[in-house]
Design a binder for this molecule. Structure first.
Ligand code: GLY
Length: 305
């Protein structure tokens, strides 16, 4: 199958953040809403950077804004599995010490990226799953809100459509969220959060909580967050592969474009990537109809779909 790759980048600066609201096919009339949601998140991240916060603080903050926005498939508003339940995936990584934290198949918590950050800070393990992730979250002082608080009518409708074979297929939902940033000290960081795919099997885990697939950061290369067909992102280790392209000298936009082209050519799958290089210049690429995004920093701000 032929996939058209759209790409953009080259802007940015010493303090920059770039966020995405997921690769997919947002209806034209809803695209401004998605771009506005991304811009709110990027501005929050840029405010953290401007106030002296780290890139890690900035990506966590930006992704928290997107998790709280029911428009996006993460936290509140996340898509539902085949039994109508929420199973959330998230990961976060910083590029200086290569510390990382992640949770997967987590129910009942509104802030999976903050729990992933707690795992990073705790340092004992990288990835906590399901009941173990919930136990870890409670141990770190997070309070479960209950699944009902996270499920939206739109998520129920998307599941019903998928199960009736109507609308978009059961394959994936889009609207995973993510962020990459560079701060004034040169630290890079990446974060990704999702509900996964609509009508997924119970226990299915996608790329978003997997370091190297959904998220990667290395100050010597850059930071990456992915969105799209999680199974393909895992099989090609897309986030790590894009970072390695930057380490080898590719710009962020070239790295993003090349890996999305590779995903299309090698696996006939679609998705999107955002990346930031060690100088804070950003790049993004998608092979889907849309991928909402926004970038902000000392140099200004931009957004699109
Ligand atoms: N890329 C999100 C997922 O497949 O779960």
């Amino acid at each position: 199958m032929k996939h058209v790759i759209h790409h953009l980048g080259g802007r940015g600066g010493q303090r920059s953040i770039l966020v995405h609201g997921g690769a997919g096919n947002v209806a034209p009339e809803r695209r401004p809403l998605h771009a506005a949601g991304c811009l709110r998140a990027a501005r929050e991240g840029a405010r953290v950077l401007a106030e002296g916060g780290s890139a890690l603080d900035a990506v966590e903050r930006a992704v928290r804004v997107l998790e709280d926005d029911p428009l996006f498939n993460a936290g509140t508003g996340a898509c539902l599995n085949e039994e109508g339940h929420i199973e959330l995936d998230a990961s976060i990584m910083e590029g200086r010490g290569l510390r990382a934290g992640a949770v997967c198949a987590l129910a009942d918590f509104a802030e999976p990226i903050a729990i992933a950050r707690a795992a990073l800070e705790d340092g004992r393990h990288v990835l906590y799953a399901a009941h173990g992730a919930a136990r870890f979250a409670r141990m770190k002082g997070f309070t479960p809100v209950g699944e009902a608080a996270l499920i939206t009518e739109a998520a129920r409708e998307a599941l019903a459509a998928a199960q009736q074979g109507a609308g978009r297929a059961t394959s994936w939902a889009g609207s995973t969220v993510g962020a990459v940033a560079r701060d004034a000290s040169g630290l890079t960081a990446a974060a990704t959060s999702t509900g996964g795919t609509v009508n997924k099997r119970v226990g299915r885990v996608g790329d978003s909580p997997l370091i190297g697939a959904g998220t990667y950061a290395d100050d010597e290369a850059g930071a990456v967050s992915t969105t799209g067909h999680g199974e393909g992102m895992i099989r090609l280790a897309v986030a790590h592969s894009a970072a390695e392209r930057m380490r080898a000298g590719s710009s962020a936009v070239d790295a993003a474009r090349e890996i999305i082209a590779h995903l299309a050519e090698r696996l006939d799958m679609t998705g999107g990537v955002i990346a930031i290089d060690s100088d804070g210049r950003f790049g993004l690429a998608r092979s889907t109809a849309t991928m909402s995004w926004a970038a902000a920093g000392d140099w200004g701000e931009e957004s699109g779909v």
